[in-house]
Design a binder for this molecule. Structure first.
Ligand code: KG4
Ligand code: ZN
Length: 327
């Protein structure tokens, strides 16, 4: 079995997965959302301290499986260094004591492998990663053949959901709050810009929409003057523009790619409006679409372990003593 640890941001998570059939034997995640909510975003020092408290409690629950664990995988970046170090430090200690291999996992590859939890991987894929830290499209032909096709030139989409929620005086994380409000909103009330609409650039940008939403909130008298309907309409109109942006750039890539499999991963891929619109686009282009299970869209240790299994199979190990943050 593989033990995996994820602590790159504000979720402390540990999983144990069967290496042979990819079945999840144990998974627990403690989210710090409530604690960061009062600050309107993640406070790194607080996140680190909460990992220090929560990870050992989760490990204690996983303890009964530890004698069956023959390898450990841990996220070593990208993420908040003070958070990552808590997970890495725990993983190193267990690996040294048990004298078993330790595999450092790039968090983004973990998100990609959230597609293959409980199952064998398959390629090629075009993958849209939409999370709090990233907005990217990658082409993946195999484990060792991943290229970045499109990236955000400024903010990520998840960060933009979070910032707009904060601008309206709502909580953190903003993604699901905005998605819920949008259900009762008029998506055509405000015309927020669709970024890079007339640009040939295959890239994403969200700072323009964010500023336009800020100006609209000011026009309506500031966040304290917003009615519930205003908040819903802003949410729906913002969700519409940012989704159209994803659709336009994905369309450009579809037109130039013969790869027929498309997948969406990352925390924002839990958004049902975005899922529905991308599913329709795939139908139009005759592409097959794949999502991660809703419970594995946001950060979790299961996806880290699932990717770790692939590295374990290659027996591509370095000494646990050498493992450091991803640079
Ligand atoms: O993948 P993730 O858990 O962490 C990173 O690797 O960044 O993604 C977290 C992001 C947050 O910005 C959160 O607001 C967003 O995912 N998110 C959503 C939804 N659920 C989470 N965004 C839009 N709609 C949602 N339903
Ligand atoms: Zn993530």
């Amino acid at each position: 079995m593989i033990l995996s640890i994820e602590s790159s941001c504000d979720d402390s998570s540990i999983a144990i997965t069967d290496i042979n059939n990819y079945q999840v034997i144990f998974h627990k995640k403690i989210s710090q959302e409530k604690e960061h909510n009062k600050y309107g975003g993640v406070v790194p020092e607080l996140a680190s301290r909460l990992h220090l408290i929560d990870l050992p409690y989760i490990l204690n629950e996983a303890k009964k499986f530890l004698n069956k664990v023959s390898v450990i995988a841990v996220t070593n970046g990208p993420g908040l260094s003070v958070s990552l170090l808590q997970g890495i430090s725990m993983a190193k200690s267990i690996a040294v004591i048990k004298n078993i291999p330790l595999i450092p996992v790039n968090h983004l590859y973990g998100h990609i492998y959230s597609l293959f939890i409980g199952e064998k991987d398959s390629f090629p894929f075009l993958i849209l990663l939409i999370s709090g830290g990233h907005t990217q499209i990658m082409r993946m032909k195999s484990l060792d053949d991943i290229i970045l096709i499109a990236n955000s030139i400024d903010d990520s989409i998840g960060e933009t959901f979070d910032k707009i929620s904060k601008m309206m005086g709502l909580g953190y994380p903003g993604g699901s709050i905005i998605e819920n409000l949008a259900q009762n909103g008029d998506e055509n009330r405000f015309n927020f810009p669709i970024p890079l609409q007339h640009s040939p650039l295959i890239a994403f940008s969200f700072s323009g929409i964010k500023n336009s939403v800020r100006l609209q909130i000011e026009k309506l008298g500031g966040k304290d003057k917003l009615s519930n309907q205003d908040k819903s309409d802003i949410s729906a109109s913002f969700q519409k523009s940012s989704t159209l942006h994803l659709l336009q750039k994905t369309t450009k890539i579809f037109k130039n790619s013969s790869i027929n499999n498309f997948a969406i991963v990352g925390g924002v891929s839990a958004n049902l409006y975005i899922r529905t619109k991308l599913t329709s686009l795939c139908k139009k282009f005759d592409k097959k679409i794949k999502f991660s299970d809703l419970k594995y869209c946001s950060d979790n240790a299961v996806m880290i372990g699932r990717y770790g299994i692939e590295i374990y199979k290659k027996q591509n190990f370095i000494s646990p003593y050498e493992i450091d943050l991803l640079h």
